[in-house]
Design a protein around this ligand. Structure first.
Ligand code: G3I
Length: 360
């Protein structure tokens, strides 16, 4: 009897040890690159760098040039940046033979000068495609050539300076189907595999992401994203990670159990997760109760990401100050979504993120 019990115990231990989600067979994940400098003590970037974690924000290129306090706060508090708009197709490749790298170069130069990493955003999207692409009536071969040349040119220019790319953005619609786009219509579903292949050819060391919204927890769209990236991975596409955007409200956000389960199942595929565009929009004007509830959501998401920090290696907000947030223009009556207020002063959300990074 004793021998039988021992046998069962050993079998159970082996089963656990070999479970991909927690055990010895969990696929290896790349460790995040270390930013060139840790920054000043008692800042988000310093606390994050102590844990080998990346904390960042999307950058408004105009504000970076025109608002010194904006630039100073960004460099002081964050160790990774992503361009909000200036690397999008219509901005960086406005006509067939013209690329405009000026704003993107300035942002990458700023990041490099301040010891920060750069995420690239985004190579292929259904939005922000220039008219010359959307109205070109190109053949499949012509459109593949256009997309190849775009990706090779843009990724090639920032080779070694942009460590991660949102290669394909929001290719799944809200019904969990492949979203209509000039790329899907003109090339077919394989445009996604091709985009990852061409980005990898242009910079073999860059970490390549699929990026989307409303798929952070579990559910129909999350399952569709999981199945998309699982298929890419199984076909040998060089995908390295999934970006979970995390545009949420006080009432509409994933449960932390579901977020954690989603991170774990993506990690079991060998994929890294970045929270890529977090903001928690509030009905305006927001009272202290709303601001504290917002802080709690930031705290919960950072805590959940850090609990899975082998996989969840970065958290970026979509902007960092309410002064330049996209929210008011897109969601009338809403705003106040970010860790710093209109005057670039830290909010309860900032203190909540700092507390978690400090280990409290
Ligand atoms: O720069 C022009 C300006 O010259 C002009 O006067 C003005 C009025 O037309 O438009 C300005 O461009 C706007 C640009 O933001 C910069 O403010 C575009 O019209 C506007 O469409 C663009 O919106 C951006 C949106 O993506 C579409 O590209 C938002 O700033 C940006 O925050 C948002 O970001 C997306 C991510 O890329 C993907 N995930 C969702 C996220 C939020 O929608």
């Amino acid at each position: 009897m004793k021998k039988r019990l021992m046998g069962i115990l050993v079998f159970m231990l082996l089963l656990t040890a070999c479970s991909p989600s927690v055990g010895l067979l969990a696929p290896p994940l790349p460790t995040p690159p270390r930013p060139a400098s840790a920054g000043e003590p008692n800042t988000l970037r310093y606390l994050a760098s102590q844990r080998g974690f990346l904390i960042g924000a999307a950058v408004d290129a105009d504000a970076l040039q025109s608002d010194p306090a904006y630039a100073d706060t960004l460099a002081r508090e964050y160790n990774v940046v992503v361009p909000e708009n200036v690397m999008k197709f219509s901005n960086i490749h406005p006509s067939p033979d013209i690329y405009d790298f000026s704003a993107a170069d300035a942002l990458v130069d700023f990041a490099q000068a301040n010891g920060m990493l750069v995420r690239g955003h985004t190579l292929v999207w259904y939005a922000e495609d220039p008219d010359w692409v959307n109205s070109g009536n190109f053949t499949k071969d012509q459109l593949e050539q256009i997309l190849h040349d775009h990706i090779a040119t843009v990724v090639g220019r920032y080779k070694g300076r942009v460590f991660a790319w949102d290669v394909v953005n929001e290719a799944i619609d809200d019904n969990g189907q492949l979203r209509d786009s000039v790329w899907l219509r003109g090339i077919g579903p394989e445009y996604i595999d091709l985009a990852f292949q061409w980005a990898h050819e242009a910079d073999p060391n860059a970490l390549l992401f699929y990026n989307d919204y409303n798929g952070e927890g579990l559910g129909g769209k999350s399952d569709a994203i999981y199945n998309l990236v699982k298929g890419l991975h199984e076909r040998g596409a060089p995908i390295g990670g999934v970006g979970l955007q995390m545009h949420v409200t006080l009432k509409n956000h994933p449960s932390m159990d579901d977020l954690r389960a989603n991170i774990q199942r993506l990690a079991r595929l060998g994929l890294v997760v970045h929270i890529t565009e977090m903001d928690v929009r509030l009905q305006q004007p927001a009272d202290d109760q709303a601001l504290n509830a917002q802080a709690q959501i930031y705290k919960d998401v950072v805590q959940t990401c850090l609990a899975e920090e082998r996989a969840c290696q970065a958290l970026l907000t979509w902007g960092f100050t309410d002064k330049y947030s996209w929210i008011p223009n897109f969601y009338g009556g809403f705003g106040g979504a970010l860790p710093f207020d209109q005057s670039l002063d830290p909010k309860a959300a900032y203190n909540a993120i700092k507390a978690v990074l400090s280990g409290n």
